[in-house]
Design a protein around this ligand. Structure first.
Ligand SMILES: Nc1ncnc2c1ncn2[C@@H]1O[C@H](COP(=O)(O)OP(=O)(O)OP(=O)(O)O)[C@@H](O)[C@H]1O
Ligand SMILES: [Mg+2]
Length: 346
């Protein structure tokens, strides 16, 4: 059995909640309101018990609507956020949070952020931007190459910026959005990481550039055995790139498995709703499922199935909604198997 490279084990990440004057007044006037809205605490559980495994040479898409905890989980996997409970494991060992251990870790596990303009310094040339990681990690990061320019050139050309030397002296403002994103990716690839965690890596790019950047990740997977977690709210993108998909809702993974299984025949009403609003679904004549109710709040997680308040199936009368409201669902186990957290999966 293969071992995962990177895992989240029962990870919970909390943030303190500052109640607004408005909501405090509301609670004083009607103290039961908070309880009715769900379990109320002074902390928001942005990630509320997640098991996720990344295996060598696979791309996993983490999908879900805004605020469900994707970035928080990604940052926790990178060691940028410390879990309140559970642990992150890398190469079979719990992640250590000393500055020294994290530095070594960040050479092997790289974060790629969405906003290429924001993650590049306007005062650094392309060469300096890509060489920065090598300089931080010192001579050992140069590996067999021996010299920095060769390593930078190799990373740029792997990221599709060719001939690389032509890009060396250029500044971010002299590049297109797609080229900037490639520079960010080259900055990650230059350290030959084992894992890339990419948070919305193509969200700001147009369709053709998007396709090229995704093809680049797929090529790195096939040629270098790279493993990647791609965070996106775009299920179409997940279709195109992922071997596996994990669907997140209000801090939990609610459905996961091979991409064809999850996106081809989703069992969770939430996944079904997300898929139903894709243009492909509209073209096939299926009706879009619009989710009703307030956007979920990680400081007020409903009891029972956390999706029941917005669930079209629970509202349909075709299932015993009392069970959805009352019975908690187990946390999904991680691994590669198809799993769904729903009392009435399709
Ligand atoms: N530093 C923080 N302090 C307090 N709350 C936070 C913090 N970071 C995130 N949150 C809250 O945690 C929840 C999850 O946020 P997160 O950024 O992980 O969502 P996301 O799934 O990445 O959303 P998006 O698709 O919009 O990027 C949100 O309710 C957010 O407001
Ligand atoms: Mg995010």
């Amino acid at each position: 059995m293969r071992e995962p490279v990177l895992s989240a084990r029962e990870v919970r990440v909390e943030f303190p909640v500052r109640a607004s004057a408005h909501s405090r007044a509301g609670l004083q006037a009607d103290p039961a309101a908070g309880l009715r809205a769900g379990r109320r605490s002074g902390r928001a559980r942005a990630v509320d018990g997640v098991n996720l495994d990344l295996y060598p040479g696979e791309i996993v898409a983490l999908v879900g609507e805004s605020g469900c905890g994707k970035t928080t989980l990604a940052r926790t996997l990178l060691g940028l956020e410390r879990p309140a409970a559970g642990e992150v494991r890398y190469d079979g060992q719990p992640l250590r949070y000393s500055a020294r251990a994290l530095k070594a870790y960040r050479r092997r596990v790289q974060l790629v952020l969405q906003d290429p303009a924001g993650s590049l310094s306007p005062r650094h040339t392309v060469y300096e931007a890509v060489a920065e990681g090598l300089r931080i990690h010192g001579a050992s990061a140069l590996g067999g190459f021996g010299d920095e320019p060769a390593k930078v050139a190799d990373a740029l050309s792997r990221a599709g910026l060719r001939p690389p030397e032509r890009f060396f002296p250029r500044y971010p403002r002299e590049l297109s959005g797609g080229q900037r994103q490639r520079v960010v990716i080259a900055g990650a690839l230059v350290l030959d990481p084992q894992v890339i965690v990419a948070d919305e890596p193509v969200a700001s790019l147009d369709a053709s550039v998007r396709g090229e950047i995704l093809a680049l990740l797929l090529r790195q997977r096939d040629e270098a055995g790279l493993c990647a977690l791609v965070v996106t709210h775009d299920l179409g993108l997940a279709w195109n790139i992922a071997d596996r998909v994990a669907v997140m809702y209000l801090g939990r993974i609610v459905e996961t498995g091979p991409a064809e299984a999850i996106l081809g025949s989703p069992a969770h009403p939430y996944t079904r709703a997300l898929l139903s609003v894709l243009p492909e679904a509209a073209a096939s004549g299926r009706e879009a499922v619009l989710l009703s109710g307030e956007p979920p709040d990680p400081a007020r997680i409903p009891p029972g199935c956390r999706f029941h308040v917005r669930c079209p199936l629970a509202a349909s009368g075709r299932v015993d909604a009392a069970r959805c409201q009352a019975d908690d669902l187990p946390v999904l186990a991680g691994g590669t198997a198809t799993q769904v957290a729903c009392h009435y999966p399709a």
